[in-house]
Design a protein around this ligand. Structure first.
Ligand code: 13P
Ligand code: SF4
Length: 305
């Protein structure tokens, strides 16, 4: 087994040789940050995937993120280093049940969180991420919106829009674990801290936050805020990112929650992924082209392209 530093330099060599780019989600382990070309949230990463001129995209995150890269780049090789790195929430939509709901509300538009499979995206009108959900919902002419799969994000949006939101009973098992009583306790201990929550948290936790935003927006806020301490209510990997990027400030969790699936990527798997060109994301052209419409619409509204 190669040592960590050796692995990092071998990955960088292979990356050059194969004309690859390594896109890394904020929740990844610090060792993975070391080989990243770009680290970001789901929205930023999908934009990077749409723009890259690399021949190969290695996605260090979870399945739906790599799938989104493939949806946008049918001719590029998109690799997910570990097959088991699957977001459980992305698998919570039944296409049959969603179609039934769409038939029941023909006047509604369907918005899907980017944390969904390509099959789900293919039957939706537009995607959104935690960074732009309110903007995407408000951009639609429809008064009624079917929102899949995260009930917490749906609830968060519904309280900030005039639209009627029909939500799906999905959730993220990581953010669902945050509890209001524990957050209150943390606020009592860290009295000067600003509280920042991810919108996948339950509503009673969101209500205790000063800021609610995507992971990369947390980084921006931490840099810009006058506060010197923060209680961060999202997956624990984000605290690593924040501590690295804003070392002069302090970050606490309440308490730490881990996404096991995001932590499956290790340097050795990234090295093998590049070396053996595995695991390739494959999508049927019919699904991919339909899913692309939903993703592209989101990118157009977010970035005005
Ligand atoms: P972000 O897009 O905010 O990084 O969220 C991704 C995710 O999976 C949150 O659990
Ligand atoms: Fe999926 Fe939740 Fe893990 Fe994000 S933190 S990848 S939503 S299970």
């Amino acid at each position: 087994m190669l040592k960590e530093q050796n692995l990092i330099s071998e990955i960088k060599k292979l990356k050059k040789k194969k004309k690859a780019v390594i896109l890394v989600h904020n929740y990844q382990l610090p060792e993975i940050y070391e080989v990243a070309d770009f680290i970001g949230d789901s929205l930023e990463l999908s934009r990077k995937a749409a723009e890259t001129t690399a021949k190969v995209i290695v996605f260090c995150g979870v399945d739906f993120m790599a799938e989104s890269a493939k949806i946008l780049n049918p001719d590029k090789m998109v690799l997910l280093p570990v097959l088991e790195a699957k977001c459980p929430m992305a698998g919570q939509v039944s296409i049959e049940k969603l179609r039934k709901l769409q038939r029941k509300h023909p006047e509604a538009a369907t918005v899907c969180y980017i944390n969904t499979t390509a099959e789900t995206k293919a039957v939706c009108d537009i995607c959104c991420t935690s960074a732009n959900a309110i903007k995407i919902v408000n951009s639609l002419p429809n008064k009624k919106i079917i929102f899949v799969p995260d009930k917490n994000l749906a609830n968060y949006v519904s309280r900030r829009t005039d639209k009627e939101i029909i939500s799906w009973p999905g959730f993220c098992y990581v953010h669902q674990q945050f509890r209001a009583d524990e957050v209150k306790k943390a606020k009592e201990i860290f009295t000067r801290a600003e509280t920042i929550a991810h919108p996948e948290c339950p509503p009673e936790v969101i209500d205790l936050a000063d800021y609610v935003c995507s992971t990369s927006q947390m980084l921006k806020r931490a840099k810009e805020s006058k506060a010197k301490e923060f209680i961060i209510l999202t997956e624990v990997g984000m605290l690593e990112r924040l501590k690295r990027e804003v070392p002069e400030k302090k970050f606490y969790s309440a308490p730490a929650k881990i996404c096991i699936q995001q932590k499956k990527n290790r340097l050795e798997a990234v090295y093998n992924s590049l070396l053996l060109e595995r695991y390739k994301i494959r999508l049927s052209e019919e699904i991919r082209s339909k899913a692309k419409k939903a993703l592209t619409k989101m990118l157009e509204i977010s970035y005005g392209k």
